[in-house]
Design a protein around this ligand. Structure first.
Ligand SMILES: CC(C)(COP(=O)(O)OP(=O)(O)OC[C@H]1O[C@@H](n2cnc3c(N)ncnc32)[C@H](O)[C@@H]1OP(=O)(O)O)[C@@H](O)C(=O)NCCC(=O)NCCSC(=O)CCC(=O)O
Ligand SMILES: N[C@@H](CCO)C(=O)O
Length: 314
């Protein structure tokens, strides 16, 4: 079923062209069911590209989903026109008094930036704590997963000398977990990060559940027992060419990046990538929206009670 987004958002035209059912504002008003409210905090440099990726993933559901876009602060973006942000993004001040059924916080190219050197670090910690009180379930992607694991559980990332870049095989470690419903024993995910999380530290310090990991790139999916937090260290939402564009960007920046692994056909960067992650990317977002959001969120969002939610799912 549809995502309900502004008719003029670039994603509306792109996703409609892909025959993905995007419900316009008028049609959405005619439906007599409560849509899910999802907040997307977009920290990625190519924000419009990321909007399209995440909205495509959220559209693969029978539920009606109203998506609000959130900017981290009022600084102008280096890579996204201010007019776009002003037209489609809310500020935190505009949403902080509201509750949401779901929230997604994207990655950011800040793996080599110390936490306290991230310009918006204080605001990021504020929003992570706010989500715990105002959102039924939050999905943290890549850099946001590292930031939230550090903020909420004191699990600090380890920074590698070489970036994980490529598409890697993962194993399901928690077979009957609802989030893993329909997953194959082995599934593929893009990764593009310097930071990694230590599985032993997660297991020793927290009651978090490691749901899936890769022999090459380690921890990928970590969930709180109550389903209110999902930490995703990979990029299941990535387009076919996202890793390629990052690789070319880093080559042009003189960073001599490694060739993305298991990505280009015959490992030749002149060839198209072989996409082996799309199905499980869609499945992850659909399972999250179904089991962590829709089946646990209160009908009356004003009654969102973090304590009651925690008991409901754990
Ligand atoms: C990643 C790139 C190549 C991006 O270069 P660009 O020319 O696009 O712009 P940039 O200004 O360098 O940064 C891109 C976005 O990050 C924001 N940005 C930059 N420095 C920041 C800081 N200290 N605090 C907060 N935001 C910051 C910019 O405002 C911009 O977002 P707005 O457009 O919104 O303003 C660069 O930062 C770089 O070369 N970094 C070193 C290599 C690297 O770290 N690559 C990414 C690794 S992958 C990664 O970091 C994932 C996480 C992980 O590894 O753990
Ligand atoms: N991996 C991305 C940042 C988000 O993970 C990049 O290289 O820009």
């Amino acid at each position: 079923m549809p995502i309900n987004i502004p008719d003029r958002l670039p994603a509306t035209q792109v996703l409609t062209g892909e025959n993905i059912f995007v419900m316009g504002e008028e049609r959405a008003m005619a439906q007599n069911i409560r849509p899910l409210k999802v907040l997307l905090l977009n920290l990625m440099p190519k924000k419009i590209e990321t909007e399209i990726q995440i909205l495509r993933m959220l559209s693969n559901t029978p539920l009606q989903v109203d998506v609000d876009l959130l900017r981290i602060d009022n600084r102008p973006s280096k890579n996204t026109p201010e007019a776009h942000l002003n037209a489609f993004y809310r500020t935190f001040e505009e949403v902080e008094q509201q509750n949401y059924d779901g929230m997604i916080i994207t990655g950011a190219p800040l793996g080599l930036v110390e936490w306290n050197d991230v310009v918006f670090w204080d605001r990021m910690k504020t929003i992570i704590d706010w989500a715990n009180q105002h959102v039924t379930s939050t999905m943290y992607l890549c850099w946001a997963a590292h930031a939230a694991l550090y903020t909420l559980y004191g699990i600090d990332r380890k920074i590698r000398k070489e970036k994980y870049s490529g598409v890697f095989a993962h194993q399901v470690l928690f077979q009957n977990h609802p989030l893993m419903r329909g997953f194959d024993d082995v599934f593929w995910v893009p990764h593009s990060r310097y930071a990694e999380i230590n599985a032993e530290e997660v297991e020793a310090k927290t009651s978090l559940q490691i749901l899936a990991a890769s022999p090459e790139t380690g921890v990928h999916l970590v969930a709180s027992n109550d389903g209110r937090q999902l930490f995703v260290t990979g990029h299941p939402e990535y387009d076919p060419d996202t890793l390629h564009n990052e690789y070319i960007r880093d080559c042009d920046a003189g960073l001599a990046p490694v060739l993305p692994e298991n990505y280009y056909r015959d490992d030749n960067p002149n060839n198209e990538p072989l996409v082996r992650w799309r199905s499980h990317g869609n499945l992850l977002f659909a399972n999250w929206l179904n089991y962590f959001v829709y089946q646990t969120t209160p009908y009356d969002l004003s009654q969102l009670n973090p304590v009651a939610l925690a008991s409901k799912l754990s």
